[in-house]
Write a protein that binds this ligand. Structure first.
Ligand code: LLP
Length: 419
């Protein structure tokens, strides 16, 4: 977990006092440091590409804010998109179709056609999708997603590669599916697996690449298809807790590239990190609006709930919290940080040692670049919050707060009810 500088009791983020950013733009607000984002992308691209040609397909489901996408576009990233909406959003940020790979699941024919019409490469998730694409446009390049029978993730909800998963082609049907793709005249460029998200350790990722390598060689030997790339998906975990070690990226890159270079004739490694690229680039700043004691627990009531950040409530995820304007003070008591949503499951953090909180304090929630704004909602009729980009002491609004009009925009009350 990244630590931040303290300036006279103030947390410094992107060269600014976090509390000043909150005061200027209002809360809750997601604040992204452009330098960290670029650093993360460069690190992961560099670690793999020094061994072999690499395509980093940033998994934009983690954070599809246009400014974030534009920065990654400038860095030369490719994209993993999961919906036509993500494809269009990336194109709006300047990504050409040639740098996007579409990996849908439960893909409808209209969506498949819309993606194919844009000339985006499609990562096939089912046999039916393959058959349907062949009818729509057999000239669209494809890769095929297999379920390697290896799963990993920080929660059962995000494990995708295990046997029986809804994602991809089961391993025992993989050869038949590649054969069928050939019969249909489709242009198969690669093979893909994504085993899950945020799991501990690099072992399962390496094991999944070994499965892909075996299949790649079988495909070459039996079907004479020379694949251009092996795509190992995303899933690299990041530390969310203080003192938690980072995953050994160097070791992961050295091992998988060595396996691919030695055991196959494939020339390109693709990977799809989402969390790794964006997670620690962003903090959520939320204001303390009340401090309550229940007799059993102490509560810091803030203006962001699971409408703004759902990961703690949904996955029981740990996000580190600190009081940004009491950054040099030690914890004096244990507090739950809770939000304004009318459910007792609404919390951001539990049992944390914090310096005595007061109304108006700014609570910084760490590691909020991935699956945070992207998963926010308007539950309880609370408009989605702002986003700010900081770089070297300058802050710019990259998304304004939604308004009540935004919430009502597409609703109508039938005439007859108004009489
Ligand atoms: N590739 C595919 C096909 C994926 O489905 C995903 C994530 C990724 C890449 C990127 O995985 P990452 O590198 O970010 O672990 N909402 C959950 C995470 C869901 C991940 C879904 N798929 C969370 O908040 O933890």
């Amino acid at each position: 977990m990244r630590d931040f500088k303290n300036d006279d009791g103030h947390m410094i983020f992107g060269g600014m006092r976090a509390a000043d950013i909150a005061d200027k733009f209002g809360t809750p607000v997601y604040v992204t440091d452009e330098n960290i984002l670029r650093e993360n992308y460069r690190r992961i691209y560099g670690v793999f590409s020094k061994h072999m040609p690499t395509r980093v397909h940033y998994a934009c489901k983690a954070n599809s804010s246009l400014a974030v996408l534009k920065i990654l576009e400038q860095e030369g990233s490719h994209i993993d998109a999961v919906s036509i909406g993500e494809v269009l959003t990336c194109m709006k940020a300047g990504f050409p179709a040639s740098r996007i790979l579409y990996t849908g699941t439960c893909v409808s024919t209209p969506e498949l056609k819309a993606v194919a019409d844009l000339g985006v490469m499609i990562n096939i998730d089912s046999v039916s999708e393959l058959e349907r694409l062949a009818k729509i446009n057999p000239n669209i390049p494809i890769s095929i997603r297999v379920t390697p029978g290896i799963g990993s993730g920080h929660s059962d909800k995000v494990v995708t590669g295990a046997k029986g998963s809804k994602f991809g082609i089961p391993i025992d049907l993989a050869m038949g599916t590649f054969r069928r793709a050939m019969e249909l005249g489709l242009k198969v460029k690669g093979i893909h697996a994504h085993i899950g998200s945020g799991g501990k350790g690099i072992g399962p990722l390496i094991d999944a690449v070994a499965v892909l390598i075996d299949l790649t060689n079988q495909i070459r030997d039996e079907l004479e298809i020379e694949l251009e790339f092996i795509n190992m998906g995303g899933g690299i975990g990041v530390p969310y807790r203080p003192n938690e070690p980072e995953e050994d990226l160097e070791e992961l890159a050295a091992t998988v590239t060595d396996m691919i270079l030695n055991d196959t004739s494939v020339g390109i490694l693709a990977l799809e990190p989402g969390r790794y690229v964006v997670c620690d680039s962003t903090v959520l700043l939320t204001r303390c609006v009340d401090v309550k004691k229940s007799g059993v627990k102490n509560y810091v009531c803030v203006d962001a709930g699971f409408n703004t950040l759902i990961r703690p409530a949904f996955y029981d995820s740990y996000h580190h919290v600190a009081i940004a304007n009491k950054f040099n003070k030690a914890g004096t008591g244990k507090y739950d940080v809770v939000g304004p949503i009318c459910e007792s499951g609404d919390f951001l953090a539990k049992d944390r040692a914090l310096p005595a909180p007061e109304d108006g304090d700014i609570v910084a929630v760490y590691n909020c670049g991935a699956y945070s704004f992207a998963m926010s909602s308007t539950y309880n009729s609370r408009p989605r919050c702002r986003e700010v980009l900081v770089k070297d002491g300058k802050a710019e609004l990259i998304r304004g707060s939604e308004t009540m009009d935004d919430l009502w925009r597409h609703q109508t009350i039938p005439e007859r009810l108004l009489k």
